[in-house]
Ligand binder design. Structure first.
Ligand code: GDP
Length: 450
């Protein structure tokens, strides 16, 4: 499709992005792991030219050392500047790694450091204030392999297996100057075999077009970049030599060398060492290391976390539902128990009432048999009055009138027959009977000495 008029100038976008990134600078975190004496510190110094680089100091990572391990983590900070581009570099060295007899414990401090950085980033990202988001994640881990081994050792396998899903691993053969050309080639092949046999994934270069597609077209250096890319790819895993000694070479330039009685090893010489390729890998693919850290490794960890928290939530919900169900069941059981108890109480009250009614009736029957007449309380006073009046309806005289209550209390009333006629006794008896009737329920009386 052809457009008439001016181009949209989308190319300027990439220029803008480049300028913006260059102004901001780059932050990169690199970790070196490998057994003690393999040449980690020397390699760091060689890679970043410590003599000429701005060294911002170093510090031991706190709280990393555990009692079973001699491994310590030391962070070193550098600032590299070239052509207006700044790289703030944090290098983590692991002095003391694998120096103990049982080396199993040395992996843990490294693993927990890498995990903690990912955790911290995850927490910050989940937080509300994302403006203070600090990226402490390790972007690349150079794992140095002993040149005298035949492939990966047990410790290497253990360490790589623990770390390969948490960080971009670049396996590197250290002290490559101690290997002949064929030994180096064999060792590289064995390492690749071991990695694939044990399912360990290490950092792989992105596709060429993905990285250099545009760049190659623009500058017309497609062939050069392609060769560089292919050569780097075919050299994996890299075998490097490190050196601290600086000498001037035949061209009058400073070179890092290892001097031996039989000759000098220039670590930049691609025939001896993949040192330059390692530097190229770290610098040219820096953004890719960071992208993979964020988009592949971190994303997977984030997903796992979310799934885990989802699972925990659903488990909590299930537990809550289960608890509610249990509570409902318990409530129901309690209700049933209460009903049963109430039923029992009712039954026992009824039984007691029946029993006491029966006892009462029996007693009453017995009482009736013993004492006659038996009178209801409301008729008691009347009857007394009548009895007394009938028997003593003669000239006025004194009579004793007694009422024997059920509890054995006898109330004797002495009164004049005139009073009886005036119904005083009648009233008195009525009041006694009414007050006592609830308590004794059964009242009888005898009229004495009439
Ligand atoms: P680290 O304990 O892993 O940090 O190892 P160092 O960097 O302290 O190096 C231990 C020893 O190995 C030193 O004597 C270094 O000079 C030496 N060394 C470092 N790199 C190389 C290398 O590439 N080849 C050889 N032959 N020796 C090296």
């Amino acid at each position: 499709m052809e457009f008439s008029g001016r181009d949209l100038e989308l190319r300027s976008l990439s220029r803008q992005l480049c300028k913006k990134s260059a102004r901001r600078g780059f932050d990169f975190k690199l970790m070196l792991v490998g057994e003690s004496g393999i040449g980690k510190t020397t390699l760091i110094d060689s890679l970043f030219n410590v003599e000429s680089t701005r060294n911002l100091g170093s510090q031991y990572v706190r709280g990393q050392r555990d009692a079973t391990s001699t491994t310590r983590l030391c962070e070193r900070f550098f600032e590299l500047e070239e052509g207006g581009v700044t790289v703030r570099l944090t290098v983590i060295d692991t002095p003391g790694f694998a120096t103990e007899l049982d080396s199993n414990g040395c992996v843990q401090p490294v693993l927990s450091y890498v995990e903690r950085q990912l955790d911290d980033f995850y927490r910050m990202e989940q937080g509300t204030d994302r403006s203070k988001l600090q990226d402490g994640r390790v972007h690349a881990l150079l794992y140095l392999i002993n040149p005298s081994s035949r492939g990966l050792k047990q410790l290497d396998l253990m360490c790589l297996k623990a770390l390969h899903s948490k960080v971009n691993i670049v396996p590197v053969i250290g002290k490559a100057d101690t290997l002949t050309t064929s030994e180096k080639a064999n060792l590289k092949a064995w390492i690749l075999q071991d990695l694939s046999r044990h399912g360990i994934s290490v950092y792989t270069l992105p596709e060429f077009d993905e990285c250099f597609g545009n760049q190659a077209d623009q500058h017309g250096d497609d062939v050069y970049l392609r060769n560089q890319y292919d050569s780097l790819r075919s050299c994996m895993p890299l075998a490097v030599v490190g050196a601290n000694q600086l000498v001037k070479n035949a061209n009058g330039q400073w070179a890092r060398v290892r001097e031996y009685p039989w000759g000098v090893v220039d670590i930049d010489n691609p025939e001896f060492s993949d040192f330059l390729k390692l530097r190229e890998l770290l610098i040219m693919y820096m953004e890719d290391f960071k992208d993979k850290t964020h988009e592949v490794i971190y994303e997977q960890i984030r997903l796992n976390r979310l799934r885990q928290s989802d699972w925990q939530m659903s488990r909590m919900t299930k537990t809550l539902a289960e608890r509610e169900r249990l509570l409902r069941e318990k409530d129901e059981e309690l209700r049933r128990l209460r009903d049963a108890v109430e039923g029992l109480q009712r039954a026992s009250t009824a039984a007691t009432a029946t029993a006491s009614r029966r006892v009462y009736q029996q007693q009453r029957r017995r009482q009736i048999a013993i004492t006659r007449p038996v009178l209801a309380p409301e008729h008691l006073g009347q009857t007394v009055h009548r009895l007394v009046w009938r028997r003593v309806a003669r000239p006025p005289t004194v009579v004793n009138c007694a009422v024997v209550l059920k509890l054995g209390v006898a109330i004797t009333i002495s009164c004049h027959t005139n009073l009886i006629r005036n119904a005083h006794v009648y009233k008195l008896l009525c009041s006694i009977c009414n007050s006592e009737v609830q308590k004794v329920r059964f009242i009888h009386f005898n009229v004495l000495q009439i």
